[in-house]
Write a protein that binds this ligand. Structure first.
Ligand code: HEC
Length: 188
């Protein structure tokens, strides 16, 4: 075997053995620190459309109304329509041409779209997810799970999707059908 050929075999052999020898069998790279259960609970907050990952808890429309007036009405208006921030009920966006808020918006901010949570969002579970992670705007993640359930119930009530005696929990929230679902096309 020429010198060149033996060098080539050596290189090949080394490249196969080196990774195994380097890390050793069954050894992990040992980077980072495993999260505790409490930490996982704090960061793993994505709620899926089918309700997967919804926490234990419940909240009624009546409780939600109270939280709403204490923490949300300031920006979303007493009825969820006046703003100044996003509209939570009413308008069906592009579909309601004569919505008074749209006309005001066209005149004032030259914007066409009037979004409303209740009419634009396809899944009720997203209301829970969004409010829990992002609202109130000035102090996100400050609400308890029960308060978020209650607020979700109240927003659904404002949109006439549940009645006043309704209590939302992890089992019934995914089954509430949002009017916007039919406007979405599922990508395969
Ligand atoms: C200080 C003002 C402020 C307060 C208080 C506030 N919000 Fe908001 N909210 C906003 C703003 C601004 C946005 C738009 C945020 C964005 O698009 O990034 C918003 C967006 C939302 C949306 C999404 C609207 C949409 O259809 O896109 C929901 C739902 C919502 N807020 C619910 C709540 C709830 C529930 C509370 C009370 C717990 C609350 N907000 C308190 C300012 C506020």
């Amino acid at each position: 075997m020429s010198l060149y050929k033996s060098a080539r075999w050596c290189c090949l052999l080394l490249s196969l053995v080196a990774p195994i020898a380097g890390y050793g069998f069954g050894e992990s790279v040992n980077l980072g620190t495993p999260l505790t259960e409490a930490e996982i609970e704090r960061v793993d907050i994505t709620i899926f459309p089918n309700g997967h990952n919804l926490p234990v808890g419940r909240g009624s429309v009546t409780e939600g109304r109270q939280v709403y007036f204490e923490r949300c009405a300031l920006c979303h208006g007493d009825s969820g329509t006046e703003g100044p921030s996003h509209r939570l009920t009413g308008s069906v966006g592009l579909f309601s041409i004569w919505d008074p808020l749209r006309i005001k918006r066209i005149q004032e901010v030259n914007g066409l779209l009037v979004m409303s949570t209740g009419q634009q969002w396809p899944y009720a579970t997203t209301i829970f997810d969004y409010v829990r992670r992002a609202m109130p705007h000035v102090n996100p993640k400050s609400l308890s799970n029960n308060q978020v359930y209650a607020i979700t119930a109240y927003i659904l009530y404002l949109n006439e999707l549940v009645d006043e005696s309704f209590t939302v929990d992890r089992t019934n929230l995914p089954s509430i059908e949002m009017p916007a679902l039919k406007r979405f096309v599922r990508a395969k």
